[in-house]
Design a protein around this ligand. Sequence first.
Ligand code: 7PM
Length: 286
Amino acid sequence: MQLNLTTNSGSVKILDLTQPIVMGILNVTPDSFSDGGQYHALDAAFKQAEKMVADGAKIIDIGGESTRPGASAVSLEEELIRVIPIIKLISAQLDVVISIDTSKAQVMRQAIAAGAHIINDVRALQEEGALQAAADLAVPVCIMHMQGQPSTMQNAPCYQDVTAEVVAFLQQRIDACIHAGIKREHIILDPGFGFGKTLEQNFQLLADTPVFHQFDLPVLIGVSRKSMIGNLLHCDESQRLAGGLACASRAATDGAHIFRVHDVRETADVLAIVAQLAKHRVSKRD
Ligand code: 7PM
């Protein structure tokens, strides 16, 4: 499996997904890099991106809107001020694929113009103008499942069959994407760990990773430092690395393609071991 990416200079770059890869998380919300003024924030974010690339990240996911449960909405202007300068800087200085974590059509358009290659939308292109923007931009899109809205999604999530319902949602969004003119080979699927799911539902989805291969599309997994790990292991965010690596190991063994994580080096190591073991298996995945 591979993704064809168009760079903003018009050339085509191929992202090889025959082995699982790391997407490093770069949050540019005020709580992440704000102290010390705007230049300092940009410089600190760039240094973190540089380190993630050195540690093995093939994609940097840049997000300016916190989707934390209960987080307040961010205006279009604020989101653009947060993400555009760092996208321009990384695009000019680093040889890495950039994804923009946003739900807003205008942020998608300006981020791709600034040098981003992929759209990552936790709202699966359901906001006004987002499907059209993604179709016009003709870049790969990650569509994620979420039950409810970030502000309330963790209040009593409810499913008859979580995996079946996530699969049905993704099927419906794939149809909407294709109807809007997005190429099927540009779609990446994400079960949306922690987005309106209980601990049991999150682990059910993770155990069901192979089910998501029915679409024959790349699968992205985002469990890094999430509460599903903390609630199982009774630990805070700083203590969730081993749990996250265990999840990544299982999902990679089950054929997931892209791992959205904070801890790039450690995850890249786990993925390298899983890839090596896959070479020695009798029945190989493609
Ligand atoms: C608070 C709660 C802060 C949750 C940040 C988060 C995903 C994503 C996020 C994911 C895709 C986090 C999340 N999670 N995009 N954006 N998949 N595609 O832990 O799982 O980073 S935000």
